[in-house]
Design a binder for this molecule. Structure first.
Ligand code: NDP
Ligand code: GDR
Length: 353
């Protein structure tokens, strides 16, 4: 029997990689997209078949995590064996600007989806994956962070994800759902949204190299993150739902780098060094280009967050043992792949100009 999966957030970074993986594994894949005034399916257009096709293996449905009736309708129509809840207002800084919307989508949206499964009586036929986050640890209580480390969220995003984490646990305990939280540390790729740190950096470095941009403006250079590759991490989302028992897992590399190190490595990949000068908001990153010293990184205090998560480092031992998992992409390989792809994109822009 062909398995059927429903992915919310299929148009996002993880959704695109997960849809590819599940199609490779022979699944029939359904995704939720929301209405936008511009096309928002660029990451999955290569997977999409004509809607007229008979029995398509990849189908998109309009729905929104803020709209219970749309979720109920899609769930009833698709009758999935596995649901991956990846949809979210996923930007931490934006969540300070739109806290109520973030709670509506990230917290109550998860509840709406679980309720749709329960009300439709699909609890014993449908497995559920919740995209939980290392942001739950926030002000860290233990290093490295593992499944038992206490949470201390530091943003409206993280507080909303805390609700989603616990409501997933609650439906597992109360209604015997096969529901799992993947507590994923930061994962990146050339498909990462352009306003997240890594992609913002690799895109800017490529554009600076090709003369399309003068300077990169950043916030906290000293934040430290455990960065992995999204392609590796979606494999874990799938593996969690193939276990005998539902359980929550930390997915991380166990290695940590600062924002500053990320910038240095990305610049080195594009062929230039960076020298840091000054302190605090006056700090700048200088490089030498065509025999000239140029400031290419500056601090813009607008990118500081009202409460920051200074440092995150995961301990993925449980996933290593129970899911037989090791990340396959190293940090330098991740940075190299992102810079290479952004150099290609910048070159295309240069031609069009
Ligand atoms: P993205 O921001 O790339 O994708 C988010 C997806 O959610 C998009 O498809 C977006 O649609 C969709 N979405 C947003 N709001 C709604 C809504 N109201 N109704 C329906 N869909 C909506 O995130 P990632 O792929 O990076 O992350 C996937 C999930 O994993 C998210 O829940 C994120 O919070 C979580 N996470 C991510 C980590 C990471 O490092 N990437 C780490 C830990 C957790 P559209 O394309 O239309 O905007
Ligand atoms: P994060 O990712 O908040 O960890 O959430 P992001 O890439 O936005 O920030 C990482 C760190 O870099 C610092 N930083 C900047 N960040 C951005 N976006 N822009 C800047 O200019 C900048 N300058 C410095 C940030 O302050 C932060 O410390 C991501 C999201 O994918 C969440 O959905 C997910 O849950 C977590 O990762 C795990």
């Amino acid at each position: 029997m062909t398995k059927r999966a429903l992915i919310t957030g299929v148009t996002g970074q993880d959704g695109a990689y997960l849809a590819e993986l599940l199609l490779e594994k022979g699944y029939e894949v359904h995704g939720i997209r929301r209405r936008a005034s511009l096309f928002n399916t660029a990451r999955i257009d290569h997977l999409h078949e004509e809607p007229q096709e008979e029995d398509p293996r990849f189908t998109l449905h309009y729905a929104d995590l803020t709209d219970s009736s749309s979720l109920m309708r899609v769930m009833q129509r698709v009758q999935p064996d596995e649901v991956y809840n990846l949809a979210a207002q996923s930007h931490v800084a934006v969540s300070f600007e739109e806290p109520e919307y973030t709670a509506n989508v990230d917290a109550v949206g998860t509840l709406r989806l679980l309720e749709a499964i329960r009300i439709l009586g699909m609890g014993d036929q449908c497995r559920f994956y919740q995209a939980s986050s290392s942001e739950l640890y926030g002000l860290v209580q233990e290093v490295p962070q593992k499944e038992t480390t206490p949470f201390h969220p530091r943003s409206p995003y993280a507080v909303a994800k805390l609700y989603a984490y616990w409501i997933t646990v609650n439906y597992r305990e109360a209604y015997d759902f096969f529901a799992c939280n993947g507590i994923l540390f930061n994962h990146e790729s050339p498909r990462r949204g352009e306003t997240f740190l890594t992609r913002k950096v690799t895109r800017a470095i490529a554009r600076i190299k090709l003369g399309l941009q003068d300077c990169l403006y950043l916030g906290n250079l000293d934040a430290r993150r455990d960065w992995g590759h999204a392609r590796d991490y979606v494999e874990m989302q799938w593996r969690m739902l193939q276990q005998d028992k539902p359980q929550d897992y930390v997915i991380a590399t166990g290695e940590q780098h600062s924002v500053r190190e990320f910038v240095e490595l990305a610049a080195a990949e594009a062929g230039f060094g960076i020298e840091w000068q000054g302190d605090g908001v006056e700090e700048v990153g200088i490089t030498e280009m065509a025999g000239e010293r140029r400031v290419i990184v500056r601090i813009d205090p607008r990118y500081f967050r009202p409460s920051e998560v200074d440092t995150l480092l995961g301990d993925p031992s449980l996933a290593h043992e129970a899911l037989d998992w090791q990340p396959t992409t190293t940090f330098p390989e991740l940075v190299a792949e992102m810079v290479e792809e952004d150099l290609r994109e910048a070159a295309r822009t240069q031609i069009v100009r």
